[in-house]
Ligand binder design. Structure first.
Ligand SMILES: [Zn+2]
Length: 114
């Protein structure tokens, strides 16, 4: 299957403890979980951004995955759909902020930014 971040080949599974999120293992992005909300956000970025800007997003996400070994990319760090102890959570803003990028995306009601 295709990695939702870098669009290259990756091993993608759904696991019993997290049936609606993707568990992705790929050679370029490492290992991560991705909630459906984050997936739709990154898909939107892929459509909206120029290739250079999207590539910066890819690099930032790969950086997180390498830094922490395993990351959960989630629509809401407060109410993540994947629950694993001791695993770092990252929202789309955590990815975009260090890059000085912003995007308006509809998010879960009440789950964001307060
Ligand atoms: Zn990838």
């Amino acid at each position: 299957m295709i990695c939702p971040i870098c669009k290259q080949d990756a091993n993608i599974t759904k696991e019993p403890h997290s049936p609606i999120s993707l568990h992705v293992r790929g050679s370029t992005c490492g290992e991560f979980y991705m909630d459906p909300i984050f997936k739709s956000q990154i898909d939107t970025l892929y459509e909206m951004y120029s290739t250079p800007n999207y590539n910066r997003v890819v690099e930032q996400m790969q950086k997180f995955a390498k830094e922490f070994g395993l990351v959960i990319f989630t629509g809401s760090a407060e109410y993540p759909l994947t629950k694993l102890n001791g695993v770092i959570l990252r929202e789309i803003d955590d990815v975009l902020h260090p890059l000085g990028l912003k995007i308006q995306i509809n998010s879960m009601p009440g789950g964001y930014g307060d």
